[in-house]
Design a protein around this ligand. Structure first.
Ligand SMILES: *[C@@H]1O[C@H](CO)[C@@H](O)[C@H](O)[C@H]1NC(C)=O
Ligand SMILES: *[C@@H]1O[C@H](CO)[C@@H](O)[C@H](O)[C@H]1NC(C)=O
Ligand SMILES: [Cu+2]
Length: 338
């Protein structure tokens, strides 16, 4: 069985667009367009990758007392990891990660001079082609590098590493998390992936990749999700099936609650966010539809007026209702395909 725990994160607030209203509020008059990775030209891809690498090299600004937090990205990873059960398999999964992806994009811009827009990864394209391992997202030059490979190292944490792409080329070493889900805690390790099909190992002990469970995140599955009438039903299938399986089939650093260690996390979550936005259709009923529970035990009903925990990652806790509409309040973006 695959581990089912999974996670994700996102970020904050949008820049954007906007004419200034009389009382200093901003209106979203010119939303930026988040494009699918394949729609970007090589220069735009390179710019995103540059900025994503940059954020992993900056020193931390938060959590002074946590030794395992070393880089600016660790500020994000630690927050997501620590809040795990407060932000997954509860109602705020979608608005929290909407906030978090935006925050990450804002940090790319303000701290690393990013000049582009957050892209998304429509994995249903790869699923429909039944060719996930060869997705262009894993390209060593114009993408994020590919599956982890066995190394010659004997050092725990450095035996299976992503060896190509812009993150491997910087010898990305991660301090937070330990991608063996059977062992808790942190261990210094190389950036790793372990593509798998959830089918266990073959007779030589190698992970069986198979089709990487494409039946869990193809366009047929998405069609079912878009067909739900309520937020709670739509959100639980979106989170539990395609979202969770993408974490599980890439695995390595994408598996545990420290999954923002994996740079594809943010493109994955942008796509999860796109699915929610597409379901909403900026329809008044659906922009106000927020149901479900605040806790994983399902005892406390959720409210659109709930604030969302963010630990030290921001100054004020975001409120769910401000993150319902991608073109209002602190947000001002759309997706190239909705
Ligand atoms: C990455 O680390 C390996 C092993 O320590 C070393 O041989 C290699 O030169 C390093 N590469 C870069 C680009 O720093
Ligand atoms: C929003 O969409 C739902 C489902 O399609 C529909 O029943 C409802 O009438 C729509 N509401 C508005 C205000 O457009
Ligand atoms: Cu996730």
């Amino acid at each position: 069985m695959l581990p089912t725990s999974i996670i994700a994160v996102l970020a904050f607030t949008s820049q954007a667009a906007a004419g200034v209203l009389p009382r200093g509020e901003t209106a979203c008059t010119d939303p930026v367009v988040r494009k699918e990775w394949r729609e970007l030209d090589d220069a735009a891809k390179a710019e995103y990758l540059r900025a994503a690498v940059c954020l992993r090299k900056l020193p931390k600004e938060k959590y002074a007392y946590i030794d395992a937090v070393t880089t600016r990205m660790d500020d994000l990873v630690y927050t997501h990891f620590s809040l795990n059960t407060d932000i997954h398999f509860v109602a705020n999964f979608l608005p929290w990660h909407r906030w978090y992806v935006q925050l990450h994009e804002d940090l790319l811009r303000t701290e690393c001079g990013f000049t582009g827009i957050q892209p998304y990864w429509d994995w249903s394209i790869d699923a429909d082609a039944k060719d996930m391992p060869n997705s262009p997202l894993f390209d060593p030059v114009t993408g994020f590098g590919g599956d982890g490979k066995r190394t010659t190292s004997n050092e725990p944490g450095f035996q299976r590493c992503v060896v190509d792409g812009p993150f491997a080329n910087t010898n990305l070493t991660l301090a937070m998390g330990w991608p063996d889900m059977n062992v808790a805690g942190d261990r210094l390790h190389c950036f790793t992936r372990e593509f798998n099909g959830g089918l266990g190992n073959d007779e030589n002990g190698n992970i069986i990749i198979g089709d990487m469970q494409v039946g869990a995140y193809n366009s047929q599955v998405m069609k079912t999700i878009y067909g739900f009438d309520t937020y709670a039903d739509m959100s639980s299938m979106l989170e539990g099936l395609p979202h969770a399986q993408i974490h599980s089939v890439i695995f390595g650093d994408m598996g545990p609650a420290t999954s923002p260690n994996e740079p594809l996390f943010f493109l994955h979550h942008a796509n999860v966010d796109r699915a929610w936005a597409k379901w909403q259709g900026r329809n008044a009923t659906r922009l106000a539809d927020y149901t479900g529970f605040k806790d994983t035990a399902r005892t406390i009903p959720a409210s659109i007026d709930d604030s969302m925990p963010i630990l030290q990652l921001g100054d004020t806790e975001p409120v769910v209702k401000d993150y319902m509409d991608i073109q209002a309040g602190p947000l001002c973006y759309t997706y190239s395909s909705m």
